[in-house]
Design a protein around this ligand. Sequence first.
Ligand SMILES: [Zn+2]
Length: 424
Amino acid sequence: MARHSTRLLLWLAPAVLLAAAAYFLVFWPLRDPHPASVPDRGLLAFRDVKIYSSPGGPPLEHANLLVRDGLIAGFGPGLPLPSEAPVLPCSHCVLTAGFWNSHVHFTEPKWRFAAWKSAAVLNAQLSDMLTSRGFTTVTDTGSDLRDTVSLRRRIASGELAGPAIFTAGSALYPPHGVPYYLKQSVPFYLIWLMPQPESPAAAARLEEQNIAEGADLLKLFTGSYIARGKILPMPVDIARAAVNIAHLHRQLAFAHPSNLAGVLAARDSGVDVLAHAPDTTGGIDDALLAGLVARRMSMIPTLKMFSTTVTTNPSYLDPIYAVVRRFHALGGDLMFGTDAGYMTDYDTTDEFRALAACGLNARDILGMLTTAPAARFGLSARQGTIAAGKSADLVLLDRDPESDITAFAHPLYTIRAGRVLYRR
Ligand SMILES: [Zn+2]
């Protein structure tokens, strides 16, 4: 009898341990995927700063701004500041709404096991990649939800000093269509696990599962570089099935288009946002771009990514810049994004320079950083501009981006919901 129970225990103990380990590794990090943010209590003030309250309006010179309990309480020249309000020291600085980076990834190995990593380590990483660049909200267009949801939960609780995060969770790829550059960096068994739905029903099922696990948007590879110079488009019926599920849940669909076929697959499946400018540009003419503008499709250029990870050869870059320039001239909605995380160089300076080279001025770029993404995500009532009652998401710059576009790249302070996330 005793020998029997000992044997049973020997069998049971590893099984129980394995089940517990599986629970903590697979399910526990995904709990509470949409936590409410704890706002900062108390006061914070700025004195004698130049305020660009929105990309369109005139700036306010020598203005004060008061934050109370995470919200903008008021601003303007001569606004009285309570004596007990701590003032962030900076006179003649420039204040704008907090920036969005609409294309990032939390996929570098340093984010793995984010549920368990020390707050100090994660805060340093968040500062390096995002908050030191002024980002108070980011859109992650593909990552492991276990890491990204864990980060979001720890940020929302106030334990980490990070941006608000929207995430796509797993991106969807065409059948047998994982990009070659991911194949080089990911173990073969993970490639096999990457979602490559072979039917509309499979795409819909995968997207439902993604949303159930905490995804806020859909990311499709409608044109996937399966080899250098070789692009595989996603069949439109498969793309459309996934987009329909996203829209049913009131979520946006993003796509990586790569070329004309990828843009057409995105357009014809109802995609809302091109996560990159197409970089194989043959056949992408004004009529096509005007059609995208008419459908209210947005574009995130990610210009520095192309020059950093492909080539700086003008014969490659110039046509991409031309697409962005024409899309902008036609009234297209552009959003700022860098592909940080896929790109390990997080400096935003060259992205601002590249956008200026496409004919965008400081006000256009401020719109890409603030009002455009806030509107696209239906959050204009709470974010995107400096207005009384809106979330105190703010960036303080030491010089005016109207005279130097790279001023956007070097904030002095980044503040989200009244909390200082970063100070230089
Ligand atoms: Zn990306």
